[in-house]
Design a protein around this ligand. Sequence first.
Ligand code: ADP
Ligand code: ZN
Ligand code: ZN
Length: 783
Amino acid sequence: MKFIRVALDVPLDTLFDYSVAEPVAVGQRVRVSFRRKACLGIVLAVVESSDLPPEKIKPVLAVLSDVPPLPADLLRLLRFCSEYYQHPLGMTVLSALPARLRSTTPLTVKPSVYYGLTPSGLALDLTAFPKRRALQLRILNYLNNQQLTKESLRGISASAPAAIKELIDSGWVETKSAEAITPNTESSLAALSANDLPDQKLALFNPDNPLGKLEHREPFVVSLSNQERPFDPLRANGVKANGLFRFNAVHVLTQAQQAVVAAVDAALGFRCFLLHGITGSGKTEVYVHLMWQILQQGKQVLLLVPEINLTPQLEHYFHTRFPDTELASLHSGLNDGERAKKWLRAQAGQARIVLGTRLSVFTPLPHLGLILVDEEHDASFKQQDGLRYSARDVAIFRANQCGVPIVLGSATPSLESYFNAQSGRYQLLKLTQRASAQAQLPQVRCVNIKQVPLTDGLSAELLAAISERLLRQEQSLIFINRRGYAPVLMCTACGWVSNCTHCAGKLVLHLPERRLRCHHCGDQQRVPRACPSCGNADLQPVGTGTQRIEETLQAQFPQARILRVDRDSTRNKNAWQTMRQQIEANAVDILIGTQMLAKGHDFPNLTLVGVVNPDGALYSADFRASERLFAQLAQVSGRAGRADKAGEVLLQTAFPEHPLYRALRAHDYDLWVKTLLSEREQAGFPPFVFQLLLRAEGLQEHEVYAFLQHARAAAVQLAFEVEIYGVVAASLPKRANYLRAQLLIQSQSRKVLQQFLRAWRPYLAQIPAKKLRWSLDIDPLEF
Ligand code: ADP
Ligand code: ZN
Ligand code: ZN
């Protein structure tokens, strides 16, 4: 009989002992009974004896051997997170697992079914196959080169399943089962199944090297569907499917790109690089080359990306660049089963590229060779509840733990990273030019809204610029970071405004839906016909949101095809994909969007970006607001003029001489960062100090404050070298009826802050807080 110490998903800082008769390993999943319920746990230790009295120790209900145990390095990473972020170990471990592996029912991985040719199918002479059975012929053609899964079959045509049934009945095709098929195969087939790839993208040669280095010096003759043209192997690579290749343009690296690749390649063991490359400088191309080196060594790459709708595009992109490499893309669109399956492929070392949002930093990777964090400054890397970790910071810790290099990439690095690069902790790598020779940075100009009249929030200059684009059949993007029609509805007679009754915020007017909605608590109601306070019927929307801009522009340009992209218009699952295709197909003239549109998208025909109402962040109480604004505006400006067309950015602001806008006009991030850093240094804010925030919320204000005052008194009494602020209301003092307040503590030393935290934490646990919710946030990003 042995004892195991088990991590459970309960808010207690301990592990739980159980007895076990059968062999069991650390990292294995077990089913145990806890508070009379069956729970899933992870074994963190196997020991000979327990400190508990024998009668208190229950036997495990079952040891699950359906999946391999979690590897030791991952458990070590999770222990670190639990300590650093002061989150119970059990909850930390469980929150890193895919949901499916958190369940107590054993996982049964259904073997994928795929179709292949039978010997008689292989012997068929397809040139003699009846032409009228076109779909069957197409399927047979595929099967001559690849296997087809059920999913990829459906990609060929809706009637493909019926057609394959006939082929099976004829004895030419059979079903087989396999552990898994590399997703690459499926995606490339899906791409081809449309049968309508642009003709110049189909070719019949094999550029074995996905980087398109010179394997073949002669230009190729490419057989196209119905014509032939010479093909330059330096400029393309492809995905093989059905003997054909789908091409991507591949570039010869610029010298600057080469220097970056060489620097990272030269790293032996852990090293953190900050790749500061302006938008369009070719960071993605650099990632591809770095990955290629690592993959050639048989190792795995982890690529972390922000929580935006870009993952499918990136997945497709890396598939085409690495056609023979299994890639696991982990994003919010996956169902539990798919996620677990990909996690297991990574753990088995089969998935060699793991691409995902913040949670994927916890994917088990036995052969990890490199971590890439794209858009490292993005706030979505920080989890805002539960285990409040920063995936970027955890990734750095993980790289260190595994002794591998890590590259943080951004056009606008976070101040923290930039500071670390300046002080030499990280190695700074720069790409200061756009990669493609024709692509110029856009011209950025400010329109002073104090000096010109506005039509529903838009200046004549911006309207003229849009109308010019319409004439030239180019696209414009109007960026406004506020969804809805107007941020508030107001009574012109008595001054009533649409406050949320549950929050300290306003109800936002959503005109098409005829609703007032709270963006904090989700509460909504119909737009009142008259003022609820005085009965006046004249209620006016105040301020501007995406819907209002849409209405205004539609009135100004009745012929224009306008598309609004915000969280409301993209609520349906595939809405955004469809919209993106519309934009790419030039079926849209004017785009109106929130930050969703700012990131990473490459729309070659977009030449104008108009920015409306960005000033709020300049004087926000949140000291990070202006840092974020600059990043957003630099990103969104980067959307203009990506290809061979020059771009223009028009910023409507009341403060054109603010250092932020000046730096933006000059495309001078370094100048901006200098300003910000000196401000932060004077104010004693990060990155010059490290912070932690204790938040509390409750229905009774005095209870919330009493708790925090208690906590503060305990902190003061501990007498560490930390700076303890006063208890203050949160920036949103009330949300969903809960009153919210917080206590900020900071130190110039991360180590001291951690030591303080460990001493302070036990006091917190003792303060009576029955009706309160409280949490610690280490390195908080939001206040
Ligand atoms: P970033 O991620 O830095 O914004 P991308 O990697 O998306 O930049 O590259 C921007 C554009 O430049 C893309 O269209 C890409 O194909 C092109 N590009 C990248 N590297 C090169 C190069 N070495 N030569 C020419 N064009 C390049
Ligand atoms: Zn009124
Ligand atoms: Zn509310």
